[in-house]
Design a protein around this ligand. Structure first.
Ligand code: IMP
Ligand code: MG
Length: 181
């Protein structure tokens, strides 16, 4: 039985774990080449926890020493659509003033979550705020924001796996997939 067959719904692989792993190495090199000093990674929970964990180790292999902290945001999604309201569920612990931050999220969809996080961190006196997402779903954007580093352009479908959920399920899948009818 394959990973994709273990659930009730039929799941199709969009980005395989091998494809993701290879892209993380090149993405880490791109980030290292940007030459940002004393980088503090801020991983937006919950969706980015697996991507951030893999990216951090990629950055280590690319020769960077980084720090990491977590910001848990809730965008109150109803099913698969965004409500627009964002709340801080857990704040960062590391003081942000004067720091160079790399915000890491799973997917840039409407853009509201990343824009909210970027404003919040900027308001705390960060020296610089760069953004990095695993997936960019450009077609869904309602807020004008672009990520500085993007692993993959995402097709216009609801994706799951590799940290991303649908109703709290599927985060554990080692690949990015979509549910097919
Ligand atoms: P935005 O605020 O609309 O850009 O949405 C960003 C957040 O919504 C992401 O951090 C994800 O947690 C979630 N999200 C958006 N699109 C998807 C999707 O296709 N699958 C799973 N989660 C998604
Ligand atoms: Mg998220």
């Amino acid at each position: 039985m394959t990973d994709a067959e273990r659930h009730d719904e039929k799941i199709e692989v969009v980005f395989s774990s091998e494809t993701i792993a290879a892209r993380i190495e090149s993405l880490a090199s791109e980030i290292a080449a940007a030459g940002i000093e004393r980088l503090l990674i801020v991983s937006i929970l919950t969706g980015s926890f697996i991507f951030a964990a893999d990216l951090l180790r990629g950055l280590h292999r690319a020769g960077l020493d980084v720090e990491v902290d977590f910001l848990a945001l809730s965008s109150y999604r109803e099913g698969t659509t965004s409500s627009g309201k964002i709340a801080i569920l857990r704040d960062v612990e590391v003081p942000l003033a004067g720091r160079n931050i790399l915000l890491v999220d799973d997917i840039l969809d409407t853009g509201r979550t990343l824009a909210f996080a970027k404003d919040l961190i900027g308001a705390r006196g960060a020296r610089s705020v760069a953004t990095c997402v695993l997936l960019d779903k450009r077609i869904a954007r309602t807020v004008e924001i672009e990520a500085d580093f993007v692993a993959f352009e995402c097709p216009p479908v609801f994706v799951i796996g590799y940290g991303m959920d649908m109703g709290h399920r599927y985060r554990e899948l080692p690949f990015v997939g979509k549910i097919v009818a």
